[in-house]
Design a protein. Structure first.
Length: 134
């Protein structure tokens, strides 16, 4: 976050003629300050980040659930409902154990992301190899 904040502040000054200077500068400054706070107070940062990681799936699940009911007559709306319910459950599970889950939830979610990212990269590689034989 420190590097991203510094980069965004530099970008704001380089693109001064662009109308979004103030917002780009303030966002970069915010990133930098939050990154600095994470370095100074890592445990409190992990606890706060876990709270946000619990609230985000709940909000996302509500939106997916609402979208599923909006598109209900269309095909596959059930899968969107299922996805929304799973997202809600994930958020509730994270919040039920908060703040004691703060130590390991971030690592678990990062590990799951790495696993699925690796799987998707493998599938892309297999698809590219298969497309090359055609």
């Amino acid at each position: 976050m420190l590097v991203a904040g510094l980069t965004q502040v530099v970008l704001a000054f380089q693109a001064r003629k662009w109308g979004g200077f103030l917002f780009t500068f303030l966002a970069g400054l915010l990133y930098f300050v939050v990154g600095l706070l994470f370095l100074i107070y890592p445990l409190q940062g992990a606890i706060t980040l876990t709270l946000l990681l619990g609230l985000a799936p709940i909000l996302g699940g509500v939106f997916k659930f609402a979208l599923a009911f909006k598109t209900k007559p269309d095909i596959y709306w059930e899968w969107l409902t299922f996805d929304g319910v799973l997202f809600l459950i994930l958020g509730v599970l994270i919040l039920v154990g908060w703040p004691s889950y703060a130590i390991w939830v971030i690592g678990l979610l990062f590990g799951i992301d790495l696993l699925f990212s690796g799987l998707s990269q493998m599938m892309i590689g297999f698809a590219a190899k298969y497309a090359g034989h055609r």
